[in-house]
Design a protein around this ligand. Sequence first.
Ligand SMILES: NC(=O)c1ccc[n+]([C@@H]2O[C@H](COP(=O)([O-])OP(=O)(O)OC[C@H]3O[C@@H](n4cnc5c(N)ncnc54)[C@H](OP(=O)(O)O)[C@@H]3O)[C@@H](O)[C@H]2O)c1
Length: 167
Amino acid sequence: MKIVILAAVADNGVIGRDNGLPFRQSSDLKRFKALTMGKPVLMGRKTYLSIGKPLPGRTNIVVSRDPGFAPDGVAVARSLDAALAAAREDAQKSGAAEIVVIGGTDIFEQTMPLADRMEITHVHSQPEGDTIFPPIDATQWRAVARSDHPAGPRDDAAFSYVTYARA
Ligand SMILES: NC(=O)c1ccc[n+]([C@@H]2O[C@H](COP(=O)([O-])OP(=O)(O)OC[C@H]3O[C@@H](n4cnc5c(N)ncnc54)[C@H](OP(=O)(O)O)[C@@H]3O)[C@@H](O)[C@H]2O)c1
């Protein structure tokens, strides 16, 4: 079962601000939907709260150590291992080929050593923020595909889609 990290990262590494996104990138929301639909998505509690509701059409697996955290419509896992086991089981049942890790930084840091691939939207801006994507170690990862795009009508900035595979 492949583990895929999916993130939108500004050129200064920022991915979040005040528990929300630091940029408006409408194009990226469409890509996010296309790359996650029908697959189990794994996220941290803070990212879940920033989205505010379960993502439809996908099994939402949220990790939290808080025993009182039990929102409707999502599977809560108390550890990363439990979350990955639940995601694998869900993908096997549904026939999904991969598990998509959708953040935030806390979860990206823990899953990066385990991931098979990263699908990163590099957003060409320098927003202020409080949440930074972990460094992409060039000895571990190589860019295998890249496409560059101008800002769409509802995007703050131009962007590049880059696929990283294990070096
Ligand atoms: N640009 C992007 O692509 C993108 C994607 C996702 C998120 N974001 C942004 O990132 C920010 C949130 O990221 P974050 O790093 O602060 O938080 P996060 O990773 O979303 O969530 C962290 C929480 O997950 C739980 N957790 C983490 N590791 C765990 C483990 N091993 N076992 C059990 N629970 C675990 C803990 O919840 P408890 O405290 O409940 O125990 C922890 O407080 C927001 O600003 C969001 O908008 C950006």
